[in-house]
Unconditional design. Structure first.
Length: 417
């Protein structure tokens, strides 16, 4: 059963953002939001644990003050180059002779066997996603429940993280005074907040652009098939400005946000200048040069995304391409990506109606400010629905002994009648 609150913490490379949802009779009653910038994580790796502990403590203390809730358990995301994905297969016999009807217990046994075979002492499994099942007579079965077969084979897609990274994150959260209740891949959590029913059919791609990493998730008929983590993001724009204009990274970030336009530099007048303070003097910078550098970076990022996509799928097979991240707010970025991919690119928007209504009531999230909280909101969506991300809609193991007995009786009936 859900507790009376769900606290979801999104740890990124440039900020930490937290959403605290209050529940009444399993319905969302209110959501509190807060975030703060950080510099303690690079490409998903914690580089300054002391600073991050202080930031997490301060942020959650702020939410406690806003809500009056004594937070103990939190859901947290993980991402970066320490993410490992793999397929694991297992075959289990169902009957010594002839065939038998496949039950929930059989499916769970096959899944667990594949999970064990795919596990590693150096990795922690974050998500276990059945890609397909095989029975005696047919391959690529999405749900074998109730079918007859002599044996059952499963192909699991495992999303893992290096054990050292998970242990470091867990220790950091504990030192902040909290415990991790659930751990999610960042992009998969974010997708839970924005992907609609249309993603349940065909080939669909979700792209989440962060500060220094970009996650590509490929879905087929609603199931996650591939995850690709690219070492690029919004910081690529900032770094290009910093290096070419000989200014600090922080100043380059301000220029990117205020004057970052992607388009034809020739359409920008030579007379337009940006005055930036350097030491005790103001230095003029041509706005045309800024546009030129921003546009070149955008084209490079879009090209790398295209190359990563084409290694996995054929572009004409893609039904939908959805993108999120604060980088997409740069004027002209979505259009540039569309031209590069030769596809229609959609901005990810929250699809949960309860959350949408609560966000509309919050003046702090007007415009596109909700993008800051998409990952944490995705974790809340998953907890409310109580449906594991990417998992087929199979029955979960019952905790009540009476329910277990009823389920077992149902399986026996299915098997013999």
């Amino acid at each position: 059963m859900l507790s009376n609150y769900i606290c979801a913490l999104d740890i990124g490379s440039s900020k930490i953002a937290c959403s605290l949802a209050l529940l009444k009779k399993k319905q969302l009653e209110r959501i509190y939001f807060d975030y703060m910038p950080i510099q303690a994580v690079k490409e998903g790796v914690i580089v300054d644990s002391i600073s991050l502990i202080g930031s997490v403590t301060k942020l959650l203390k702020s939410l406690k003050g806003k809500s009056g809730i004594n937070i103990k358990f939190i859901s947290v995301n993980i991402s970066g180059q320490d993410i490992v994905t793999k397929h694991a297969q297992a075959i289990i016999p169902l009957a010594e002779r002839g065939n038998k009807v496949i039950t929930v217990s059989d499916i769970q046994r096959a899944n667990e066997q594949a999970r064990i075979l795919g596990s590693s002492l150096e990795e922690e499994i974050i998500h276990t996603i059945p890609s397909s099942y095989t029975i005696d007579s047919k391959n690529d079965i999405l749900n074998p429940l109730g079918l007859y077969s002599h044996k059952l084979q499963v192909d699991l897609y495992l999303v893992c993280a290096k054990l050292a990274s998970v242990q470091s994150l867990s220790r950091l959260i504990n030192q902040s005074g909290y415990e991790i209740k659930n751990l999610f891949l960042s992009g998969l959590a974010t997708s839970k907040a924005v992907l609609s029913r249309e993603f349940r059919e065909g080939l669909n791609i979700f792209c989440d652009i962060g500060s220094d990493t970009t996650e590509l998730l490929i879905f087929k008929d609603g199931l996650l098939k591939e995850v690709e983590v690219l070492a690029l993001g919004g910081d690529n724009f900032t770094q290009a400005l910093s290096e070419n204009l000989k200014i600090t990274f922080e100043l380059a970030e301000d220029i990117k946000r205020s004057y970052g336009i992607i388009g034809n530099p020739e359409q920008v007048s030579d007379s337009k200048e940006i005055l930036v303070k350097k030491s005790e003097f103001y230095k003029p910078i041509k706005q045309k040069l800024v546009t030129e550098l921003i546009t070149a970076s955008a084209k490079n990022i879009c090209l790398k995304i295209k190359e990563a996509v084409e290694k996995k799928v054929l572009p004409y097979e893609i039904n939908n391409f959805v993108i999120t991240g604060r980088t997409v707010l740069l004027e002209g970025f979505i259009e540039t990506l569309e031209n590069t991919l030769s596809l229609v690119v959609k901005l990810g928007r929250i699809t949960n109606l309860e959350i949408i209504s609560l966000i509309k009531e919050n003046s702090e999230l007007t415009g596109q400010k909700y993008l800051t909280y998409l990952t944490s909101l995705g974790m809340i969506c998953e907890a409310i629905e109580k449906k594991p991300l990417g998992i087929l809609p199979l029955h979960q193991p019952a905790k009540n002994l009476l329910i277990k007995a009823i389920n077992r009786a149902r399986e026996v009936y299915q098997e013999y009648f």
